[in-house]
Design a binder for this molecule. Structure first.
Ligand code: TRP
Length: 461
């Protein structure tokens, strides 16, 4: 077997862009706005920000440092830094990535459909009698369409990862992320000019602690894992391509800051539009999950300034954001096969992409088109998609995150983690002792609280 030279980022900027691309995704554009809505904004957002800072940021540093120290994909990385039995935790991460990618692709594929539709509306006019709710139902219920949308998205993901870390992932992130920021700025400017923007900002940022329930606190914590791509080794894998010259602390800080900023901006945009239309907030309340695909399409063409141009651009944005996340998920699988099974990258990408796609089909057909898949029930959830998402969000990510915190805080030596974080490039504000306290005590206790809450019956998906 010939050994392949291990890939690496070309620069610190490459890592930050690629990892930021992984973090920014459907979690920011689709999930965060609707859980903020469901939890009544204000206090929820503050608790979420606290979770990101106290739990997400330390674990982000832990994943990146485990990756850089071992220069291996997750199974080998955890085995190297924490001990032989930890390879099972790595395996848990590989499985988690497999399932997450299989269903995430389905929602990502919807962005193609809405891009196509909105292009048609831009040039042909928005039909006055169109019900976007009905359109959504017809779209998700069409088996063939769902299959094709997911297939095209999977091929795009495989196509990028095929070309490797520098020539594939990094190059794509370098182009896509600036485009994504640009589109968001345009949307933000337009949204802030709308009459509802003041009310939206108030809803999002005014702390009203009386309205927040404990379940909302726990949901904020769970989402901070999802949105930062933590808890399944994606950041361990990306960390394994960092060179010693780069500061983990600075990179982690930048990734977390960008991800948080984008989630807030997306939410401001969506709520500004929604609050600008009288009576719409009651309607949105009925299908918060559909905000992105039911409420927004129509609003672009009826109320939003420059909406006819921004509409199609917005769905391009969703597709790009999702793509930089799916490539990181596929890279976890690929690098596992390369490092642990000695496969060539090209073969590893195709093998894992094809295997995952089989399960993507199940998820794609579970929105009404195929009764067995749409009506199956497990963990109190109906349909393959919801069951898979429930299992990953409620069980796999939190347990994986807990394991990473324990590996970095209790199984690695103080010297090993200190060497990685205090590497001469770290920023002035960084205090190693504080990180160690957070990773040993604060993060595990907070995550255990989530897991306990899930065991006691709380649902986070
Ligand atoms: N962070 C991604 C988003 O917000 C989703 C995600 C969760 C993810 N875990 C991941 C992506 C692991 C890549 C790897 O949409």
């Amino acid at each position: 077997m010939e050994t392949q030279k291990r890939d690496a980022w070309s620069s610190n900027f490459g890592l930050v862009l690629a990892a930021t691309g992984s973090a920014i995704g459907l979690g920011n554009l689709w999930k965060f706005p609707f859980i903020t809505w469901e939890n009544n904004g204000g206090a929820f957002v503050i608790v979420y920000l606290v979770c990101i800072l106290l739990v997400g940021l330390p674990i982000m540093m832990a994943e990146l440092l485990i990756g850089r120290r071992s220069q291996k994909s997750i199974v080998g990385a955890l085995r190297d830094v924490a001990g032989p039995a930890w390879k099972f935790v790595g395996g848990w991460g590989v499985l988690c990535g497999f399932i997450l990618l299989s269903y995430y692709t389905v929602i990502a594929g919807w962005s193609f459909f809405y891009f196509w539709k909105s292009l048609g509306w831009t040039f042909g006019g928005f039909p006055a009698d169109l019900s976007t709710g009905d359109l959504f139902g017809a779209q998700v219920g069409d088996a063939w369409l769902q299959f094709m949308l997911s297939l095209v998205f999977s091929i795009a993901t495989v196509g990028v990862v095929y070309f490797g870390v520098q020539k594939g992932i990094e190059r794509v992130a370098k182009v896509l992320l600036p485009v994504l920021f640009g589109i968001l700025v345009l949307l933000l400017v337009s949204a802030l000019g709308m009459s509802g923007s003041g009310e939206a900002l108030k809803f999002i940022f005014e702390p009203r602690f009386g309205e927040l329930e404990w379940s909302g606190v726990l949901e904020a914590l769970g989402h901070s894992f999802f949105t930062l791509s933590l808890g399944m080794g994606a950041m361990i894998t990306y960390g394994s391509y960092i060179s010693r010259k780069q500061s983990i602390v600075k990179s982690a800080g930048a990734i977390v800051a960008f991800d948080t900023l984008i989630a807030l901006v997306a939410t401001i945009i969506m709520f500004s539009v929604i609050f600008s239309v009288a009576g719409l907030s009651e309607e949105v309340g009925k299908s918060t999950v559909g905000m992105l695909f039911i409420s927004l399409p129509e609003l672009f063409y009826t109320v939003m300034p420059f909406g006819t141009v921004l509409g199609p651009l917005f769905y391009v944005l969703v597709a790009l954001a999702a793509l930089t996340s799916t490539i990181s998920l596929l890279e976890v699988e690929t690098s596992f096969l390369i490092d642990e099974r000695g496969m060539k990258r090209q073969k590893a990408v195709i093998v894992s992409g094809a295997a995952i796609f089989v399960f993507t089909i199940f998820a794609a057909l579970s929105f009404g088109s195929t009764p067995v898949l749409s009506t199956m029930v497990a963990f109190g959830k109906t349909g393959w998609f919801s069951i898979a998402d429930h299992f990953v969000s409620n069980w796999m990510l939190p347990t994986g995150g807990l394991a990473v915190a324990i590996a970095a805080g209790w199984f690695m030596t103080r010297k090993a983690t200190e060497d990685e974080l205090v590497d001469g490039n770290q920023p002035d504000w960084f205090r190693y002792g504080a990180w160690r306290f957070f990773i040993r005590y604060v993060a595990p206790v907070a995550v255990l609280a989530i897991i306990l809450a899930v065991i006691l019956g709380r649902d986070f998906s």
